[in-house]
Design a protein around this ligand. Structure first.
Ligand code: ABN
Ligand code: CU
Length: 684
């Protein structure tokens, strides 16, 4: 039976033509085939993840360089499965050979928690006699248990329970009415749920109780806003139209836009993955990045009272940014002419599932690209830019993270993350002292201080794989005021520090020196500046990890100890907090710190294939304006070409308006330039 099914699926895989690009995420047919192959050998398992096992880089580079002659990398699935009793298996299935090429029982780990795993908990919590007792103590009668809700989180790490059993902590809330936001009514206790026995095994109860708040609900839904006086009425429509369609081409999952070529991938964990990013520089297709992704994040909360130390979500490694991704809707999440891509995953039972419209690809006007007016005669050029936006949005229980990868015509790549959704809240008594660990954002609602720290993985390929990272600081020139070399004291320059080892490259941000980092190809100099071609990382929202050295978060989130880490490329180093993150103790720290130890902190990262890891984000001290739902807060990281092009690479973008001095002298009213379809412009 199983083999018949496998044969059918194999035929479907083979029938799909053309073959998938080696970077393409697994299709539903490929996921089903991988599951069938695993099932045929290992029987009934729960599937935690079946995702593209990415081609090995050396093989892939060879194929990209010569797809006709080089062997095409095999399609393969990276599988995480859980057997009855909780044994975790990590495997690789070669889909071309139709066989399992690696299968191992991994001890002492807990794979990420899926939304399916989480959904059981609320139901069980409502029926648990001890939870009912705790609800009664704080003023919720047992007939109202249907009004009790919980956000189940992984337990993070709790030394009382370790990591042998798969555990979740239930953050408890109440809704007086079904449409009320539960985050206005947090409960003061926290049950612990065993995902194998499906039982509550413990409840953390605070020494001082906090009865349920009697404040009126604080809602954001339309009916509530209407009741409070209604919506503002002075907004006129803004329509975005692209009457001739979009200016990008889609070939499978490769997007060609304005000299850029980008392969758009997606996985359950990182969400969007961009591969083989190149720029056509006057006919020369130049590699820039082999792979870009948001690889991990951590949200540590700052209240030291037990059990709040457990609140530090690794939303990608513990839950999966891809798994939590929203199905986007036209006119709401994205406006304009949109190209959508779906995302395919496995569910716990081993069936493939689809999130429709998981990725949105569209263009936006981006304001002025460049402009200059000559004050003498008002001769002018003004050129408007546009950008290509590749985005997805994921909901991590209370928070929404909107991730935008933005490509500009001048060669800049921008990662914007917008944070919205709802604050994580905890109960407080009237007049209670928050001790500075949180803010009363509404009566009875204590929103704890926290950070949102993201780790961007930059697998650079700046005119080839051999790259070097430099720290660049604005520095004053030597010599005191009055000295020969710096008589007036005004000298300053860009001080460059080469990172030669991973140890040197563990670096922090310094706003005082406008610190940036250059990923350079020192083998290639710019024609004019004679400086190495590079892409510069410009990132200004880079708080320090506030949890202290040696503490739980510091140990578990090793990637967040520094703004920058640089490692020599290795195929399996994708997840900077480790492959399986839930319930890690951080002893020893997984991911980046472990890889650096393994490779040798003093090994060379100079002029070789390197990966730069950048941790950035915000420190969030909540305030009432963030409640009951937060206006989106943006963060930006830029990757900018520096000494990469010989001149402004966007000079050939047709201007919106241009008038030269001679045109003015000749009495011409000017030239308003309208782009023609072939990229040139005509005077109108
Ligand atoms: N922010 C932690 C989280 C994410 C998803 C689901 C539950 C909890
Ligand atoms: Cu926040």
């Amino acid at each position: 039976m199983v083999l018949d099914r496998l044969q059918q699926l194999t035929m479907q895989v083979n029938a799909s033509s053309p073959p998938p690009h080696p970077f393409d995420p697994l299709s539903t047919v490929e996921i089903d085939a991988a599951v069938a192959i695993v099932r045929a050998e290992h029987g009934q398992l729960h599937f935690n993840a079946v995702s593209l096992y990415e081609p090995r880089k050396a093989e892939m580079m060879a194929w990209l360089a010569d797809p006709e002659k080089a062997p095409r990398p095999h399609r393969a699935a990276d599988v995480v499965a859980i057997a009855p009793g909780g044994k975790v298996y990590d495997g690789i299935v070669d889909l071309d050979e139709k066989k399992i090429v690696q299968w191992k029982h991994t001890e002492g780990v807990q794979p990420l928690i899926t939304m399916e795993d989480l959904q059981d908990v609320e139901h069980i919590v409502r029926q648990d006699p001890e939870v009912i007792k705790q609800c009664e103590i704080i003023g919720i009668p047992k007939e109202d248990m249907h009004k009790v809700y919980c956000d189940p989180w992984t337990i993070g790490y709790d030394e009382r329970f370790g990591n042998k059993v798969r555990l979740q902590q239930a953050l408890m809330y109440y809704r007086p009415n079904v449409d009320d936001s539960q985050y206005t009514f947090p409960l003061d206790f926290c049950p612990i749920y065993n995902a194998e026995t499906k039982k509550i095994i413990h409840i953390d109860v605070p020494p001082v109780r906090r009865p349920i708040s009697k404040a009126p609900p604080n809602n954001y839904h339309p009916e509530a806003i209407e009741k409070e006086g209604g919506y503002r009425t002075d907004l006129k429509p803004i329509n975005i139209t692209q009457p001739e369609g979009v200016s990008f081409k889609v070939n499978g999952r490769i997007i060609e836009w304005q000299k850029w070529s980008i392969h758009v991938g997606f996985n359950y964990r990182e969400g969007i993955v961009l591969n083989n990013i190149t720029f056509n520089d006057k006919g020369n297709v130049r590699p820039i990045f082999y792979r870009l992704s948001l690889a991990e994040m951590v949200v540590p909360y700052g209240n030291p009272e037990h059990p709040h130390q457990r609140k530090h979500a690794f939303d990608l490694g513990e839950y999966g940014g891809g798994y939590m991704t929203n199905s986007l809707s036209l006119g709401c999440d994205c406006k304009g002419a949109i190209h959508y891509m779906d995302a395919a995953f496995v569910n716990r039972a081993g069936a493939s599932t689809i999130i429709k419209n998981a990725i949105c690809i569209h263009e936006e006007d981006s304001g002025i690209l460049f402009k200059h007016t000559d004050f003498r005669d008002e001769s002018v050029i003004v050129t408007r830019g546009r950008k290509l936006v590749i985005s997805h949005i994921f909901t991590a229980a209370n928070y929404e993270y909107c991730v935008y990868w933005i490509f500009h015509q001048d060669g800049t790549i921008q990662l914007d993350i917008k944070l919205t959704g709802i604050l994580n809240t905890y109960a407080m008594n009237p007049g209670e002292d928050t001790h500075g660990w949180g803010t009363e954002v509404y009566p009875g609602v204590n929103a704890h201080n926290h950070q949102h720290l993201f780790c961007m993985r930059v697998d650079a390929n700046i005119d080839g794989p051999n790259n070097t990272v430099f720290q660049v600081d604005a520095a004053r020139g030597p010599g005191e005021v009055g000295s020969v070399e710096n008589k007036y004291g005004n000298a300053f320059y860009a001080k460059k520090t080469k990172y030669t080892t991973p140890l040197e490259a563990m670096a922090d941000y310094d706003g005082d020196t406008s610190r940036t980092w250059e990923i350079a190809n020192t083998n290639k100099l710019n024609l004019y500046s004679k400086k190495p071609v590079c892409y510069k990382l410009v990132s200004r929202e880079v708080p320090r990890l506030l949890p202290k050295e040696g503490g739980l978060v510091w140990k578990r989130a090793g990637f967040a100890r520094h703004a920058i880490h640089v490692t020599k490329y290795s195929d399996d180093q994708i997840h900077p907090a480790g492959r399986h993150v839930p319930q890690t103790s951080g002893e020893p720290s997984q991911g980046l710190p472990a890889w650096i130890q393994e490779a040798g902190p003093n090994s060379s990262i100079e002029n070789t294939d390197i990966v730069l890891w950048h941790t950035f984000g915000i420190t969030h001290f909540p305030s009432p304006e963030d409640f009951p739902i937060m206006p989106a807060e943006p963060m930006t990281v830029l990757l900018r070409p520096r000494n990469f092009f010989d001149r402004n690479p966007a000079l050939d973008v047709p201007p919106s308006y241009a008038r030269t001095p001679s045109q003015i002298a000749a009495g011409s009213t000017g030239c308003s330039c309208k782009p023609k379809g072939d990229g040139t412009s005509v005077q109108v």
